[in-house]
Design a protein. Structure first.
Length: 301
C-alpha cells in the first residue's frame, strides 16, 4: 500500500512544504528512491510470477523491464516491450552517472554531436570512439550514452545491464551497443549480450557488441571530426565544390582550383565528414588522396 500527500503553504504565510510517503513494509524492499530525485522507482513489472521463476533456462522478452530517467530526473521501470515502442530514450539522460576512475588516461567527458547539434556525455575513451563513428553514420538520427538499463531475472537473481550507447535510426528503430575492448567480451558480458540481443530483436531493434575498430579508420574519422561543425560548410560555393570533384581526382588538385587552400581545405574536410564527398577511410588521408562526389559515386554504383 502506498499513500502520498503534501502540506501546502497558506496565502501570506511562510511555511515549508513537506512531502510524505507511506509505504507498506512488505513492499519496501521492492522499491528504492533515486538520490536527489525526490521520487520513487516503480516496482518491477511482472506479468506471470510462475514464468518469471528463478533458474529459468531462458529469458522471455516479455519479462524484461527497462529502467530509464524521465525529463524530471525520476527513475522509471516499465515493461521493455511497451516502452521500446513509445519512449524516446535518446532524449533521456544517462541512467546512472559515469564514474571517474583514478589512473585511467581517459575520463568521462562530452562529445558535440553534429547529428543532434548538442553535447552528449560519454564515460570512457572507447565509448567516445564508438560515439564518434555513429555520429558520422548517415543512418543515425539521434544518439545517447547509457540511457537505458534492461532488467531481468537470471540464475535466481535480478540482473541489470545498461548498454553503453543507444542510437535512433532513420527507420525509427534503435541500436544498442556495447564496447568489447581489445581482449574481447568477458564471459559475463557475452552472456548478457545474448539476452540484450533477444530483447532488441523482439522490438525490431538491433544490438552490437563492438570490438576495437580499425585504427586507420579511427584516425581518419577523428581528423574529419575536427571539422564536423556547420561553420566549416562550403555554404554558397557548394556547387563549385561538387563540380570540382565531379569525377574522382586527387584532393589537392581540386582544392588549388577552388581558391586559397587555407580556406578551402576545412570545407573539403567538412564535406567528407558529412558524406557530401567520398574518400576511402581505410587508407591514410593525405593531400593526394582520391576524392569523389557522393552523387556521382551513387550513380556509378
Amino acid at each position: 500500500m502506498l499513500v502520498t500527500g503534501r502540506f501546502c503553504c497558506a496565502p501570506g504565510q511562510v511555511w515549508r512544504c513537506v512531502e510524505y510517503v507511506i509505504i507498506d513494509s512488505s513492499q519496501e524492499a521492492a522499491s528504492s528512491a533515486v538520490p536527489g530525485a525526490g521520487c520513487r522507482i516503480p516496482e518491477p513489472h511482472s506479468t506471470d510470477g510462475a514464468v518469471r521463476r528463478e533458474g529459468a533456462p531462458a529469458v522471455d522478452a516479455s519479462l524484461i523491464d527497462v529502467r530509464f530517467r524521465d525529463p524530471l530526473g525520476c527513475s522509471r521501470q516499465v515493461p521493455w516491450l511497451e516502452a521500446a515502442q513509445d519512449v524516446p530514450f535518446e532524449d533521456s539522460p544517462a541512467v546512472r552517472p559515469f564514474p571517474v576512475r583514478h589512473g585511467r588516461r581517459v575520463a568521462p567527458g562530452w562529445w558535440w554531436s553534429s547529428t543532434i547539434g548538442r553535447l552528449v556525455a560519454y564515460g570512457s575513451g572507447v565509448m567516445r570512439t564508438e560515439l564518434m563513428l555513429l555520429d558520422r553514420d548517415p543512418a543515425v538520427v539521434a544518439l545517447a550514452c547509457r540511457p537505458v538499463e534492461l532488467v531481468w531475472r537470471g540464475d535466481g537473481k535480478a540482473v541489470g545491464h545498461a548498454p553503453q550507447l543507444m542510437a535512433r535510426l532513420q527507420d525509427g528503430s534503435g541500436l544498442l551497443l556495447d564496447c568489447a575492448g581489445r581482449s574481447g567480451p568477458s564471459a559475463r558480458l557475452a552472456k548478457r549480450a545474448r539476452v540484450v540481443t533477444a530483447a532488441a530483436e523482439a522490438v525490431g531493434w538491433s544490438y552490437r557488441l563492438a570490438g576495437p575498430p580499425d585504427p586507420v579508420l579511427v584516425a581518419n574519422v577523428r581528423w574529419l571530426a575536427g571539422y564536423r561543425h556547420p561553420r566549416y560548410a562550403a555554404g554558397p560555393w557548394m556547387p563549385a565544390l561538387l563540380e570540382a570533384f565531379g569525377s574522382p581526382r586527387p584532393a589537392v588538385e581540386a582544392v588549388c582550383e577552388l581558391g586559397d587552400p587555407i580556406a578551402v581545405w576545412p570545407a573539403v574536410f567538412h564535406a567528407l565528414w558529412s558524406g557530401v564527398l567520398r574518400v576511402r577511410l581505410d587508407e591514410s588521408l593525405h593531400e593526394r588522396v582520391v576524392v569523389s562526389g557522393a552523387r556521382r559515386e551513387a550513380e556509378a554504383a
